[in-house]
Ligand binder design. Sequence first.
Ligand code: BGC
Ligand code: NOJ
Length: 814
Amino acid sequence: MRFGYFNDERREYVITQPDTPLPWMNYLGNEDYFAIISNTAGGYSFYQDARLRRITRYRYNNVPVDYGGRYIYIRDGATGKFWSPTWQPVRGELKKYVCRHGLGYSTISSVNRGIEATTRYFVPLGENLEIWDLSLTNQRDLPAELDLFSLIEFALWDAQDDATNFQRNFNTGEVEVEEGVIYHKTEYRERRDHFAYFACSEPVFGFDTQRADFLGPYRGWDDPIVVEKGAANNSIAHGWAPIGSHHIKVSLEPGQKHRIIFLLGYHENPQEAKFDPPDSQTINKQAAKHVISRYLDPNLVDNAFENLNLYWEQVLEVINVHTPDENTNRIVNIWNQYQCMVTFNLSRSASFFESGVGRGMGFRDSNQDLLGFIHMIPDRARQRILDIAATQLPDGGAYHQYQPLTKRGNDAVGSDFNDDPLWLVLAVTAYLKETGDRSLLDEPVPYDNQPGSEQHLYEHLQRSIRFTLDRLGQHDLPLIGRADWNDCLNLNTFSSEPGESFQTVEIHEGDTAESVFIAGLFVLAAREMAGLAAAQGLVNDADDYSDVAQRMENVVIKNGWDGEWFLRAYDNFGQEVGSHKCEQGQIFIEPQGICAMAGIGIGNGMAKKALESVTDRLATSHGIVLHQPAYTKYYLQLGEISSYPPGYKENAGVFCHTNPWIMIAETLQGNGDRAFDYYARNNPSAREGISDIHRCEPYVYAQMIAGWDAPTHGEAKNSWLTGTAAWNFVAITQWILGIRPTYDGLHLSPVIPQDWEGFKATRIFRGVTYNISVVREGLGNRVSLKVDGTHIDGDIVPIPSKGVEDVQVEVILT
Ligand code: BGC
Ligand code: NOJ
C-alpha cells in the first residue's frame, strides 16, 4: 500500500493523505537554522544545536507524535467553522490534501469549504529564518470573509531544561510585540544575546503571546478559544508559555487569490548592542527588522526559493546515474544524497526518533556520514573533519560526541568505544581521494581542543592507528572497551541495575573483551593509511602500515575464525561471541562485512565462505539481520544487545547500516547479482509499495527494519539519521556501479547484475566531468576502458591534463 508517489522530475515525494502510518518528515535548512517538518506541518526549529538553541517547542512522548508545529487556523467568518489547512492540529475532513516534500522545502496544500490553502515552508540559503509562504484562493461562488490565526510555541532555548525545569521556567518567559512582529526574548535581559521573531506580511488585527490566553482553559491545539471566537486577546506573556500567534483578516472575492508570508527567525546581537535605547531593556531590533522587511517581499521570497532549487541542482550534479532500475536512479540521484546532507548536518541529533536533547555530533557517526557527503561540498567536509579531529584525545582515543554549538567533546553519551578513532582515517582518506587536497594533512589540529596541543592532521591519524595497537587483548585482537560499532554489545559492562544506561555506566575493571570487528576495521584503516602514506611518498610509513595490517589479518585468521564465518568477539571471560558454540548469537553480520571489506580471507576463501553463511543464515526478504539466533533472554556478559526483544534494533533487527558492508564485500567477490539484490531489499523506494508494513518514509533509509524474530517483521523505525545513508551511497555508487575516487584518478570497476546491459553516469571529479557509459558484453566484471576514444590499460581513468573539462569514458564489461 502507498500513501503517495514519487515525482522525480520535481524531486518530490508527494503524499496524498495526511494520516500516514507515522508522521513523514522533511528537514528545512542547511547551514545554521534547521527545522523538522512533518507532512502535517508538525515539528520544531532550532539554531545550530537542537538541544542548546531550540527555537520552538516539542513535547516529548506527545500524541499525535508530531504535535506542536507551524500551524495556521482558518476560520470562516460566515459560519464560525474553523480548520487547519495542513490538517493538524484540528484534523477536520479536508476535501483535498497534498504534501510535497522536496529538497529543503515542504509544501502542504488543501481545500476545505471552498478555500484552497497552500503553504510552502523553507529556509532561504544563508539566512537564519524560515518562511511560510501561504497562498489562499477562494474557490467559492461567493465572497469569503476569513479570520486567520498563525501559531507557534516558543521553547525557552535549552530544550532539556525547557522540558523539565518548570518551577523556574514558568516565571522567565518574556516577549515584545512591535509593529505586528512578535519577539521572543526569554533570558535576553540577562546573559543571552539572541532572540526569535515571528512576523507576517499582513496588517495584524490582533495577536497572542500567552499560550493560556490563546487556548483557553482545558483546551488543546485543536480547539483554541481564540480561534473558536474569532478574536485574539493581544496577550503579552509574562512567564508561563510564550507563543506567537497573529490574527489576520482576509476578504476574498470569488476566484481571488491572496498571498501571505510569515517569517520565523533567529537573531543574535553583539553584546554591546543588545538594547535600544542602550540603557533600556528593549531589544535592539534594527538588524532583525532589516532582514524581516526584505523577506516579507514576495519577490525576494520567490528568488530565495529559486536559489534553493539551484543550489540543489548544483549539489546533485556531481553524480547522476541512469541504470535499468528506477529505484536505484531515484534514490542515488536524489534522495540518498539528500539524506546524506541531512545526516552530515545533524548527525544523530534531531528527528522524531532522536529527541534533539540526547545526542549531538557523534565521532563515529559523523566520520561515516562524511563518506556520503564529501563529493557534494568538499569545503564543508574539510571543516567538519577538522572539527571532529580537534576533539580527539592525546592518546588517540576520542570523545564519543560533541555538541555542535560548542564543538567541544563530551562524555554525555558514554565513552570508551574503542572503534571510534579508526573511523577518522576512513573519512580523511575518502576526502583526500575525492579532492586531491593534500593540504588537509598539514593542518595543525589540537587534541581535546586544547590550544598549544596542535599537531598535523596526519599525526592524528597515526595516533588513531596506534590507539588500537596499544590496546590488544589475550588473543592479540583489539580490546573492545565499552563497545565497538555495535553500541549494544557491552562485553565489559555487567549491568544488573534496572534502568541503568548501558551507554554511560562505568565499565568493569580489567576490560579484557576483544573485538573481531575492530580488528577488521583496523585492517581496513591501516591499509588506507598505507595507501595514503604511499601517495605522500612516505615509503617507510607505507611499509609499516601494510605490515601492521597484515599482522592483524593473520591474527584474525588464526583467532577470529569460527569455521564458516568470522567470530564477533571474545567476552570478558575469553569466551567466543558469534560462534557456532554459542547457544544464541552464533553468527553476526558486522565482522563478515568489515573483514571481507578489509581484504581479510580473500585469498584463502574465508571471506567467500563467510558471505555464504550470511546468505544462508542472516538474509531475509527485508534485509540482512544483525545476528542469529536472536537473544531471547538477558545475558549479563553481553549487555544491551540482549535487552531488546528478539528482532528489534541490535538484537537481530535488520540494522540497515551494516547491509552495505555485505554489498561491498560481495562486489569484492565479483558477485554483482547478490550485491545488487541486497541493495534492492533495503532501497526505500523499492519498499514503497509496502508502506503499510514498512511504515516509515519511502524516500529515506531507516536505521532499523524489524527482523524475522519480531512480530512486526518488515516494520522500519528510526528513519533519517542513520549511517545507512552514507554507506548505501558508497556501496551502490563506488562498488556496485564501481565509480570510485582514488588518489590517481577515477577508478571504474562496476560489479553489476548479470542481466543489466550496462548503465550510464556522469560524475564530476576534481572539476572534470566524466561521461561514463558502461556496456556489458560478457557476463563477467572484466573492464576494458576507453578514454576519449582511446583504449587505456587498467581500470583507472587518469586525471586529465589541465584545461580539460569533459572526458568520455567507455567501459566494456566482459
Ligand atoms: C541504541 C543504539 C545507539 C545507542 C546510542 C542504544 O540504545 O540501541 O543504536 O547507538 O543507544 O547511545
Ligand atoms: C546507532 C549509533 O548512532 C551508531 O553509532 C552505532 O554504530 C549503531 N547505532 C549501532 O549500535
